[in-house]
Each structure stands twice: as C-alpha cells, then as structure tokens.
Write a protein that binds this ligand. Sequence first.
Ligand code: SF4
Ligand code: SF4
Length: 92
Amino acid sequence: MTETRVKRARRCTVHVDDRVCDGCEVCVYLCKPAVFELSSELNRRGVYPALPRHAEHCNNCRLCVLGCPQLAIAVFAVDDADDAGSTERAQP
Ligand code: SF4
Ligand code: SF4
C-alpha cells in the first residue's frame, strides 16, 4: 500500500474593522512580522486606523487578536489546498 502525503500550505488573511479601530497601534507593536501599518487616511472616528498591509507575512500567532483593546482584528487561516478557497477561524 502506498501512501501519498500532501503538504498543505497555510496562509492567513487578516481583517481590521476600521469602524471600531481607534488607532492605538498596539497591533503594530505586537506583530513581529510587521503586518500592520497605520493608514494615512482618517476613519469615521477621526483616527488613523491600522491596516493589515503585509498579511502575507502573518504567522497566525494571534497576538494581535488577543491584544487589540477594541476587538477589531480577525485572523483567518486559509488552506491553499482547498479548491473552494474556504476559510476557517484561527483557533487559540
Ligand atoms: S490594536 Fe486594534 S484598535 Fe489598536 S490600532 Fe490595532 S486594530 Fe486598531
Ligand atoms: S496573527 Fe500574529 S503574525 Fe498575524 S497579524 Fe496578528 S500578530 Fe501579526
């Protein structure tokens, strides 16, 4: 019997809800791979919200999710081997 193992690449998508982000920069300092930058444009709250500009570097550590005081961040692991492109919520 032959067994074939397929290594599944994992990547993440990172979302910031700029309706609640208050631009505190906690995520900028927590994220070692430097996924976040502050926007150069004000949001509706009159602050510069965080943007996940480099989500391709995300390692799914979830520090940003746990550290954001506004609960504005969601990180999803994406399975590249899934043809449907479905996502699953990252687990703690
Ligand atoms: S930690 Fe949360 S509230 Fe603070 S800048 Fe990042 S996303 Fe916005
Ligand atoms: S899950 Fe970790 S690596 Fe990914 S954006 Fe958040 S802090 Fe950065």
